[in-house]
Design a protein around this ligand. Sequence first.
Ligand code: ADP
Ligand code: MG
Length: 691
Amino acid sequence: MFDTSLKTYGEDVFSEREMRAHLPKDVAAKLIATMRESRSLDPSIADAVAHGMKEWALSRGATHFTHWFQPMTGGTAEKHDAFLEPAGIAQAVQKFSGRNLIGGETDASSFPSGGLRSTFEARGYTAWDPTSPAFIKRHSNGATLCIPTAFCSYTGEALDMKTPLLRSMQAVARATSRLMEKFGREPSHVTITLGAEQEYFLIDRSFYLKRPDLLQTGRTVFGAAPAKHQQLDDHYFGAIRPRVLKFMTEVEERLWALGIPAKTRHNEVAPAQFELAPMFEDQNLAVDHNMLVMETLRQTAEAHGLVCLLHEKPFEGVNGSGKHCNWSIAYGDKNLLSPGDNPRDNAIFLTFLSAVIRAIDLHADMLRFSTAGAGNDHRLGANEAPPAIISIFLGDELSSVMREIETGEKQEGAHRDRASAMKVGVDTLPPLPRDTTDRNRTSPFAFTGNKFEFRAPGSSQNCAASQTVLNTIVAESLDAICDKLEKRGGDFNSELQLLLQRLIKKHKRVLFSGDGYGDEWPREAARRGLPNLRDTPAAIAPLDDPANRELFSRYGVLSASEMSSRREIASADYASRILIEGKVALEIARSMIRPVVADEFSRLATAIGQAKRDGLKVGLRGLGALSQKLGAGLDDLHVKCERLDKAIAKGEPAAIRKTMDALRNTVDRLELLVDDGKWPLPKYRQMLFVY
Ligand code: ADP
Ligand code: MG
């Protein structure tokens, strides 16, 4: 029976409680301070920490340890070493040193580096990031101690997603402190917060094993739409099926043991689609935790005879999956994106809000880049997910506040008792509704009462990418505001008012509360000069922009060479994925679909011949019509396969995509003609409904 008492919560984490229990008092205190203040570890305590951590891990059944990191593949990486150390013939002891803990050297030659690593220096180095605690991963035969690390080259260039994230967190924390000082606030700890809502599909494993496309690419390259899919809106928030609930409960049990605050579970819009949302946490930890959430979903599904699909678009024609990243900044205990109840706090809130608006307007291209990928291309702009145009939704109340600041005039219809326009630092804000009625689901970047929700990231993506960009561009905006405030010198409130007024005027083009799915929006966005980077090749181009390179290197987040490496990796990843999809589609079409269609056609042709010879008066019309359709489909299949084959030979992603879509069209039509019992692939109506 499942533990419902939360007694096991965090039991597989080397938490402060475990540190105190397993480390000498002074060592524990030092380590805890290091973690809380986001500093790096004092090497003089490394051995003591390693010893205590090992004792704890052994007591939890671990036999191995690994540095756990996030290379630029988008996934996580681990290489296990046993604690075992030979001590004479047929004798061994269990060892784990400070050196094992803080750093590791690993052969990096097979991880993508985008040209950062020269061949003669193939080594990569992992370094413990104490702000994310060590944890234990279990399997049915034991457990492994995992040490979250950053992953760099010999020359210190980031080969992972984590390092730039940590750098960007520092940048935005520093800029936040700088601005808070301008507001006369005492120094306090800055926390960047992230709550990542994870969407996913579940299907029965037996179907999955019969779909080479799902197995190899994570999405179905063929499949006719079933008569009923999501039109009736009967899945969203519907009663969760017992089998799925059983799965979810086990996922939660595993996550809770890892100290991951999985909180919300529900059915999503598409059939067989679900969501898991944790409580928000420190950004770095939340990123690690989301990686573990994805892994736990996948592994637990397998144990339940299911498969968890994290691809952004496993099924054509129904909604895809995203990963909504809820982001905010806290100063001490105070959430800076939560409107306060006094004028001073409101001024801080409005300043941070304006800083974010400015950042998004100036750097929408980089934010769009952070969501680029072959999978997400099917989502963004597909009228079910936010468009590829990055805009901000503020809600009615806040929009009218911003207009008042911009125009200096009280807005009509704004329900508030004040006689004149909102004065920054003098007035309080009207209550901002936090209910879901004021939500614009079509907006990629929405203010939701006390945080921003970035909805463009894809379900399979590492949130570190978007969070790194967001932190960096907001840091730059906060600094720009500080610079301006320092240059002036008059009355703080009126200077601030003037500054915000200018900011809003200049950057309001990025604010949009209309329908992001509508046909009018791309045209309107173009008139406003907002970028619309429709696919991955377009979305990774901003990495070459000298202004972007200057910005990211000025903030010490990504150097020019790190930016070009990321461009190279993203571009190669995109090309490889499209090529794999093309090849899988071609193979399925030729070796699975065509034989079935050809068989059926020749059977019909024989039957028609026979019927004619026998002089049958009925049935010939039906047989003839069907054989016409099948024959035409067979010819069409041949032509489309040849085209795709040529495109694959050229290796041009755009051509592969186009010819693959055309082939799909043909195959999906054939699916509705061919004998259901003979169709070689599980169909959408089975996969999406039978689980
Ligand atoms: P919903 O968006 O479904 O209404 P919530 O608003 O409660 O749900 O939260 C969605 C996600 O946003 C959760 O992961 C939640 O923990 C997170 N969240 C709430 N407050 C913050 C914050 N200050 N910073 C970052 N994430 C937050
Ligand atoms: Mg939400």
